[in-house]
Design a protein around this ligand. Structure first.
Ligand code: XLS
Ligand code: NI
Ligand code: NI
Length: 442
């Protein structure tokens, strides 16, 4: 079969000293870390939309790279994308992919035509998966691009639009199940509002939950055993998006009794748009048993939108991997919801971008393991709460043996308390620097 990236061979691990741009410096898939292979800690996934679709078009200009793969006919184009995608994943050793329905085929005006195309292309993908062992991480329906969703999908004011959203979800679920996807994602692209003057928030939230319940019932009825995910994002495209951040999404899921079927897909760039750190969102998800999967990318702190850059910030990747390891790993994976910058307009740039992202997370993993085995951070946190765990009073509180009056009596008896213990932030940050930069990453 014709290769789309014929100048590029399989990408190998060559180690930190290699100067070969088309080699991994840190991602060494079989290297054992904390009893697991690197590839098991880091189930990487390719995002169909960015990698095979995004051509550099922005608000101010046309595309800078041709991703038509030489085809005009819709089905030939869809198949060429599949071939290119599988060649790309194989050459990088990426085991998973993620997709929206409309990433796989061009949408027709008639949804029945689109669905036929989806049946055909998913058969084709299924065969490719058998041949290569590459798997589906998650599928989703794009319910934000088509103008019919201008007032939302689950949150629309229009019952007919709501029916179309249901139709798209049903089909996307059918395909996700056919391709044995681990999960199904809801990212609420248009589920939000611009002004309360035209919006009934309670009505919209009830309807989003209703649609999600229908999706769960249908998914389970066709044998879908995986998780459903909400991918929180605070804004863009809508000014107010309902799934603002992890805490908001979790309370929505609990309020509507969806928490047994749903977890969260946390995207780094969405966390920072919400005014949080990436690791904050991971921690909040993990302590609520809702850390499902990660959209691995990064934003730009100078820009207020979802720039979807490939992750290069090792510090942030380290903090992410620290949270992931502490949470016992992901049931999902690391989907590079990221695209090359517009002037990086060659196929080689796409490979280099993935190498950057994979090496960044490999470094994050290596560093996180060092932080954990070093133990000073854990020891400090343990010590910080020791007045609860190591004193008579603390134990009484934790055992729920105290009430407000008995605690008050205790305090009045003490009269005055000793100086509180230091939070030692500077000491802890210095430890991280020492681990990141003072010890070899080999
Ligand atoms: C957009 C989202 C989107 C989801 C899938 O900001 O990140 O790409 O991951 O619909
Ligand atoms: Ni995303
Ligand atoms: Ni995003």
């Amino acid at each position: 079969m014709k290769e789309f990236f014929e100048d590029i061979k399989e990408i190998k691990y060559e180690g930190p000293k290699s100067k070969n741009p088309l080699a991994f410096k840190f991602y060494d898939k079989d290297r054992m870390i904390l009893g697991k292979k690197m590839s098991e800690h880091l189930p990487f996934a390719m995002a169909w939309w960015h990698n095979l679709g995004a051509n550099g078009t922005d608000m101010f200009g046309r595309g800078t790279i041709d991703k038509s793969f030489g085809k005009l006919d819709p089905m030939e184009y869809a198949k060429a994308k599949v071939d290119a995608g599988f060649e790309f994943m194989h050459k990088l050793g990426i085991e998973y992919f993620c997709f929206h329905d409309v990433d796989l085929v061009v949408e027709d005006k008639d949804i029945n035509v689109t669905n036929k195309r989806l049946d055909e292309i998913s058969d084709y993908i299924y065969l490719k998966m058998q041949e290569t062992g590459i798997k589906c991480l998650w599928g989703t329906a794009n319910m934000f691009s088509n103008p019919r969703y201008m007032n939302g999908a689950g949150s629309t004011n229009d019952a007919y639009v709501y029916a179309f959203a249901a139709a798209q979800i049903k089909k996307a679920l059918d395909i996700t199940v056919k391709l044995n996807g681990k999960a199904y994602v809801f990212w609420g692209g248009r589920e939000g509002y611009e002004t309360l003057l035209n919006t009934d928030v309670k009505f919209e939230l009830d309807n989003i939950a209703r649609l999600m319940h229908m999706a769960v019932d249908y998914g389970r009825s066709i044998g879908f055993k995986g998780d459903f995910y909400i991918e929180p994002k605070p804004k863009e495209p809508m000014k107010h998006q309902y799934d603002f951040d992890a805490s908001t999404a979790i309370s929505f899921l609990k309020e509507y009794h969806l928490d047994n079927d749903f977890k969260l897909n946390i995207e780094a760039n969405h966390a920072t748009l919400a005014g949080h750190t990436f690791n904050h969102e991971l921690r909040i998800s993990a302590i609520n048993h809702m850390l499902g999967s990660i959209d691995a990318n990064q934003g730009d702190y100078l820009l207020g939108w979802d720039t979807d850059e490939f992750p290069s910030d090792v510090y942030e990747a380290t903090m992410c991997m620290y949270e992931v390891i502490k949470a016992g790993g992901l049931t999902g994976g690391f989907n590079f919801d990221a695209k090359c910058r517009r002037p990086s307009n060659t196929f080689k740039d796409m490979f280099e971008a993935y190498i950057l992202g994979m090496d960044t997370f490999a470094l994050g993993l290596i560093n996180a393991e060092k932080i954990i085995s070093d133990g000073r951070i854990d020891d400090f946190v343990k010590e910080k709460y020791s007045s609860f765990t190591n004193t008579e009073l603390g134990k009484l509180i934790l055992d729920d043996k105290m009430d407000l009056k008995s605690l008050s009596d205790f305090a009045l008896n003490m009269k005055e308390m000793a100086t509180p213990i230091s939070g030692k932030q500077e000491y802890l940050l210095a430890i991280i620097n020492q681990i990141l930069f003072g010890m070899k990453n080999e």
